[in-house]
Every structure is written in structure tokens, then in C-alpha cells.
Ligand binder design. Sequence first.
Ligand SMILES: [Ca+2]
Ligand SMILES: [Ca+2]
Length: 236
Amino acid sequence: MTLLRTATAFAGALLLAGALNAAAAATVSFTQLSGFAGGGLSPQTVVFRADLSSLAGDAITSVTITDANVIAGSTGRFSGFDVDAVVLSTVLITSGTQVGSLTPAATFDFAGAVLVPGTRTPPEEAGLPLFGHNPDGSLNNAIATLGVFDGVATNVIPGAFGFVSLGFGGSLTLNLTAPLPLDGTPLYLYIGEVGGGEQAIGSVTVTATAVPEPMSLALFGAALAGLGLVRARRRA
Ligand SMILES: [Ca+2]
Ligand SMILES: [Ca+2]
């Protein structure tokens, strides 16, 4: 009986492994929209849109924005892509002036954001983190406000507000509070870049349920038959 139980447990473990979700990162490309987003005296956030409607997989679990290393824009603490907002929405807009109509399709865990700071162009400002970063390397959510397109396009402190500067080659990863199912309906990722100048590369982590292949099942069946044979021989 022991052998049979072992075989049954083995079968259960295999089937469970087959049902687990496998995650993969898919690169998405951004299109720059006309018009600027933002408010106040410096409404100069450039809005980019990536079409995720035909993304393969079951659900989106996280989004990563990486500075594309185009050396432009501001310097020092404001180096790299200046992320004003990151929004997933089913609403299609064609101008940055329309960001107010974007209803979020999912909620990001902004408190759990992971930042990998990139490099800066001089001045170095030793000891000071990139704008929107806390000294411990975490995201300063009180300054970045990544759920809202409200960036103020200036590198004057005080005055600058509403974004996080990634540094050249730096990145920002945001997990969703719950997986967003992909069902083939329209879905867009919008990001804002304060002041213009820099470009970003987008990456989306997608889960897909692994289905056991016919060959694996055949091999598994053969293994079970083998175990049964051993058991029969032992009994004999
Ligand atoms: Ca913001
Ligand atoms: Ca910028």
C-alpha cells in the first residue's frame, strides 16, 4: 500500500505543478501622444500609450518602466525618465490633454514599488537621492503621486512635485494589488514623462497557466505503470 500511496501523492504533486501559473515578462512599445497632461503653471507632462489588448497570457501582475538611456532632459537629481503617473485603462485616448477621462482598470501597490536608480549627469549632488526617492531607496509616494498626472515640470526645489526621476537606465516596478485578467478586450498602459526629453521601455509581467503536454502525460503514465510493476513483483 505504501508504494501505491507514494505513487498517488506523486501524481497529485505533478498535477498541481501543471496547474501553477508561470510568469513571463513581455516588452511593450509606447506611442507618444500629442498634447500635454498636467495642471498648474507647468502642464508639460508628455503622455505615452502602450496597447496591451492582444497581449498573450491569463493576467497581468506587474508593470516595469525602464529609462531608455536617451541622455536628454534634466540633470543631477532629475536625471532620466521622470514618471508622473502609471495607469492601466480600457479607455482609449489620443491626446495627453484627455488623461482626466482615464478610468483605472486596476490598482497598483504604489507603497510596494521597487526602484532601481540609474545614473545621473552632473551635478552629482552627493548624498542626495534622485527626485522622488527616499534616502533608503524606496519610492516617496507623497512626492511622486503615481496614480495622478499632476507633475510640475521644473527642477527647482521647492517647486518640483508629482513625479519620480529614474536616472539613466533606472527602473520602476509596480505590482498590481490583484491580477488583471486578459480577456482580449481593449486595454492600454499610460505613463507620463514630466518635462519631455526622455524615453522609456515598458515591460509587463503576464501569468499563463501551464498545461501538461501530451508527452509528459504519456511519460507520467509509463512511470505509474512501472511503479505498479515493482509493487506487483514485491508482492510476489
Ligand atoms: Ca504624479
Ligand atoms: Ca523629463
